[in-house]
Ligand binder design. Sequence first.
Ligand code: SAM
Ligand code: SF4
Length: 435
Amino acid sequence: MNVNDSEKIVALLRDEGYETTDNAEGADLILVNTCSIREKAAQKAFSQLGRFRMMKERNPDLILAVGGCLAQEWGQNILARAPYLNVVFGTHNIHGLPEFIRRVGNNGSRVVETAFAPSVKSLNIMARPEKGAVSAYVTIMQGCNNFCAYCVVPHLRGPEESRPAEDILAEVETLADHGVREVTLLGQNVNAYGKTLGGSPGFPQLLRAIGRIRGIERIRFTTSHPRDLSEDLMRCFAEVDAMCNHIHLPVQSGSDTILGRMNRGYTRGQYLEKIEGLRHYCPEISVTSDVIVGFPGETEADYQATLALMETVTFDNLFSFKYSERKGTAAVGFDRQVPEKVKSERLQRLQALQQEHTLKRNRMLEGRVKVVMVEGKSKNSDRDMTGRTRCNKIVNFRGGRKLAGKTCSVLIKKAHLHSLRGEPAGGAKDPCSSK
Ligand code: SAM
Ligand code: SF4
């Protein structure tokens, strides 16, 4: 979501005459788009601001701006810690950025804008994909009403708000006209899409409508809340050709006690039923998830229940985090905080188990031909190209730059932890096409 917000910011500033640069020293404006989901992310943002402060001392005309969740959280108070900032803008104020920057340029004033406002304006800012890009993000909603006990998002991104379907479809059509063939729909809880619009269309209907847009071959979305995952959505995996066979379905814990304390709204059994349903409609679906270890009150038995759930599901990949206390969230007042050392040790064991599972799932693709949408040159070798399968695995294979943006049939030769190694599939004369 932050990457997409940054793309929108770049699009807005391009209209003001700005260009992006890789050379921060020569920049007229530096904007830090921050996350504060965990304490570590917030600390990183502050240390980055500290580095840019030194540049501002060398170049007093440099405009320094900070946006995103950290700016939202701190508001005016951020100036006490970072008085050198020119613009502080919150998560609902992106659309105002050109005006804020003009205000700084005209009279050197300092701008702090972090009020929540009806956000249709921000939701409708369109990022402009780079020339030749085949993939793009599309925001379909913002905010969240769930108030999971550990999470700062509802406090910093405001209440859930769905974007009108006609605006979303118009954006996807424009992207398709510009050559985009894969869209990733973004929201904190995409399964609740439509609730703030009176319920219709819901998320499955939206997916079906996007699936009918000419040129869109792949649809992805994130994030799905298990509680709101309906059978109709599961059916979309079987019925909508463009749907990719991957779902990110954060479970957070395998213990019912902890899920209850987290206010997640589902039990371990209900989560497993959803996985069964997904695999019924889409047997090859790849499933990824998020887990938090060391939530207040998590005993060794609760933690073991999470490991057991992982054994039952065998996730393709897992994003795992140590619980991090966030100001203003319900869990701050919870008793039985877990010591840091225990959290670290639990995280390590859990990650070791997940590595086994990831490798196991990746190895199941060895010897198979997979369709890869080529994103560009591989990071590791000039002679390799990189892309993704429909199930969201990264594949590297030998090939030239002219393959960028094409769809190639690739024979998977070797599975690694973070990627697959393949070669253009034999047999077909040209394994790659521009469709
Ligand atoms: N909306 C998504 C959902 O409900 O699953 C997730 C949004 S959050 C940006 C991404 C992940 O960060 C969460 O799934 C959770 O695992 C993790 N997370 C959020 N708050 C956290 C906290 N206080 N400490 C550790 N991890 C946290
Ligand atoms: Fe945070 Fe829960 Fe909302 Fe996800 S659903 S953004 S974890 S409050």
